[in-house]
Design a binder for this molecule. Structure first.
Ligand SMILES: Cc1c2[nH]c(c1CCC(=O)O)Cc1[nH]c(c(CCC(=O)O)c1C)Cc1[nH]c(c(CCC(=O)O)c1C)Cc1[nH]c(c(C)c1CCC(=O)O)C2
Length: 357
């Protein structure tokens, strides 16, 4: 069911193996709760915005030196317990044959989206990952530039979330096209999900080979499904994905708005389950049982509140985790673009201070 990276791979240095973050992934006791934040490198930072004034988002992703600098700068400025690769879940769509664009104000646009089953019949799982070599180059540079004991997280989008983008052609409120495709032609849907699953597994394992110590799978839009649809159309693919990921690295399984899917997500796989802020951490951990670690779950909007409120909610979440080994503090979803940086830094300090043992 879950992968258990409990024996140390001889290629992992002690400083990384014994880091707070990796210990928490293994549900081992730590001196203070590890914290990192989804989208910790991004537009809320002035330095990021000045870089983006010079290069487009895709240029930044495809320039290993700049991507590495962005990851390292964010991790060091914030004092977090893990760094995350600077990239995007949608990059894998390009070598799968889709045109990708990030237009101002509109978010991502996928050209030539899937409109019929015949499109899927022509798709093959990625064998050759050389079109994504800039990602692996960035990982090598980041690993070399990070402090020896600071783990690096790689990531990918989950097949459902990627399928939504590939079919809708961009963001969507209700996913009508994606769901109509799923219900209307389950055979073509499963073929598409299989291509995305197998490509993603290879991509994540290649990130591990290049030097990440953990991976996170973002199923950002899967909360739009009810449990029965998740079971029928998504779970078998997610299980196949987690089964293929290198068992030597922890896999974080994140979804947003998945309060009604958590047990199914756990059954699909992952050593750590991500929780958003709509749920209570203690009750969910109870539901998930003792075999998984949990990550979360502060509302990203709380970072706009006064420090006193941030402190109150940080203490509440740490209290709900109850000092039980296996909690990684994070937001319930990514940091928002206008978040005050000083509040983000204060949050990281509070987590460490309030949880020090
Ligand atoms: C759904 C999704 C995407 N990308 C991602 C997800 C899953 C996470 C989630 O659910 O929030 C994942 C992602 N995207 C980015 C990272 C980098 C690592 C990090 O610091 O966490 C990660 C982990 C950079 C980014 N990805 C994007 C930016 C902003 C680009 C810019 O304008 O500079 C960054 C820093 C662009 C992006 N990329 C995507 C969208 C919807 C957008 C536009 C959103 C927006 O405009 O705020 C797709």
């Amino acid at each position: 069911m879950t992968s258990e990276p409990s024996t140390q791979d001889p290629t992992i240095p002690d400083a990384l193996w014994n880091s707070r973050f990796l210990k928490a992934c293994r549900r081992e006791p730590v001196d203070a709760t590890p914290v990192w934040l989804m989208r910790q490198a991004g537009r809320y930072m002035t330095e990021y915005r000045s870089l983006r004034a010079k290069v487009s988002f895709l240029e930044l992703c495809k320039n290993p030196e700049l991507a590495a600098e962005t990851t390292i700068f964010a991790a060091e400025t914030l004092g977090v317990d893990a760094a995350i690769l600077f990239a995007d879940i949608l990059l894998i769509l390009e070598p799968l044959g889709f045109g990708l664009e990030f237009s101002k104000g509109e978010g991502p646009v996928i050209h030539d989206p899937i409109r019929e089953a015949a499109h899927v019949a022509g798709m093959m799982p990625l064998e050759d990952l050389s079109a994504l070599s800039y990602v692996f180059d960035a990982i090598r540079l980041i690993r070399a530039g990070l402090p020896a004991g600071l783990p690096l997280i790689g990531f990918a989008g989950a097949p459902f979330t990627l399928a939504c983008y590939a079919i809708e052609g961009g963001g969507s409120k209700n996913y009508e096209r994606a769901k109509a495709f799923m219900y209307g032609d389950p055979g073509a849907w499963n073929a598409l999900m299989t291509v995305l699953t197998d490509s993603t597994a290879r991509y994540l394992n290649a990130q591990v080979k290049a030097g990440v110590q953990a991976v996170q799978v973002f199923d950002s839009w899967v909360g739009s499904l009810g449990p029965d649809d998740y079971r029928r159309f998504v779970l078998p693919h997610m299980r196949r994905l987690f089964d293929q990921i290198d068992p030597g690295v922890p896999a974080i399984h994140f979804g947003a708005d998945t309060g009604s899917l958590l047990e199914l997500q756990r059954d699909a796989g992952g050593t750590v389950i991500g929780l958003d802020w709509r749920v209570e951490l203690d009750r969910c951990w109870e539901r998930l049982g003792p075999e998984v670690a949990v990550q979360g779950n502060l509302d990203p909007v709380v970072l706009f509140a006064p420090l006193s409120e941030i402190a109150l909610q940080t203490r509440r979440i740490l209290g709900q985790a109850g000092g039980r080994p296996g909690h990684i503090f994070n937001l319930g979803h990514g940091i928002l673009p206008h978040t005050p940086v000083d509040h983000v830094r204060a949050l990281v300090q509070m987590v460490h201070e309030f949880s020090a043992r």
